[in-house]
Design a protein around this ligand. Structure first.
Ligand SMILES: [Fe+2]
Ligand SMILES: [Fe+2]
Length: 169
């Protein structure tokens, strides 16, 4: 790439634009789960998904800012639906979210590998400090919430514990 003209390569900007749509897709997945638990009137879990969705919007914002900083001109891609992760009961959203976070981590690793291939230390450093650091928490929270949902406590007690996972940090 011509370093005089661009901060990040075309390959990297393509991957980052794809990631922007993916983070928005995570946002709409968690907003859908917020609706589901609101409908079930389990308000602590409704609030949990509300907060998880807000975090996805923050991840989106990080990438948005980075692309802006790099002067990348682009139109937003469309966001895929999440119909394959439609809840069938109160546990399934928690299973799907572990799956989704693992996929998210894998996609971020691909961007990291591309940056490494290009010796783009700026992007590597930015990814390490933002999205990669964040994924550890995202995966752990998702796994902890699933474990709580699978435990034997009554549903409202579980809901309270799940919301606490986000209030600790
Ligand atoms: Fe995310
Ligand atoms: Fe996430």
């Amino acid at each position: 790439m011509d370093r005089k003209k661009r901060l990040i390569s075309e390959d990297l900007s393509k991957l980052l634009i794809k990631q922007i749509a993916h983070e928005l897709r995570n946002f709409t997945l968690y907003k859908s789960y917020e609706i589901y638990f609101g409908y079930l009137q389990i308000h602590d879990i409704e609030e949990y998904w509300h907060k998880r969705a807000d975090e996805e919007m923050i991840h989106h914002n990080w990438i948005h800012e980075y692309l802006k900083e790099a002067d990348i001109l682009f139109m937003y891609p469309s966001v895929e639906d999440n119909n394959e992760m439609k809840p069938s009961d109160s546990i399934s959203p928690f299973e799907f979210s572990v799956e989704r976070e693992i996929l998210t981590t894998e996609m971020i690793y691909k961007i990291r590998e591309q940056a490494e291939k290009e010796n783009d230390y700026m992007t590597m450093n930015w990814l390490d400090d933002s999205l990669i650091k964040e994924q550890r928490e995202e995966e752990n929270t998702s796994r902890a919430a699933l474990d709580i949902m699978k435990s034997n406590a009554d549903l409202f007690n579980k809901a309270d514990q799940i919301l606490d996972l986000l209030e600790d940090n």
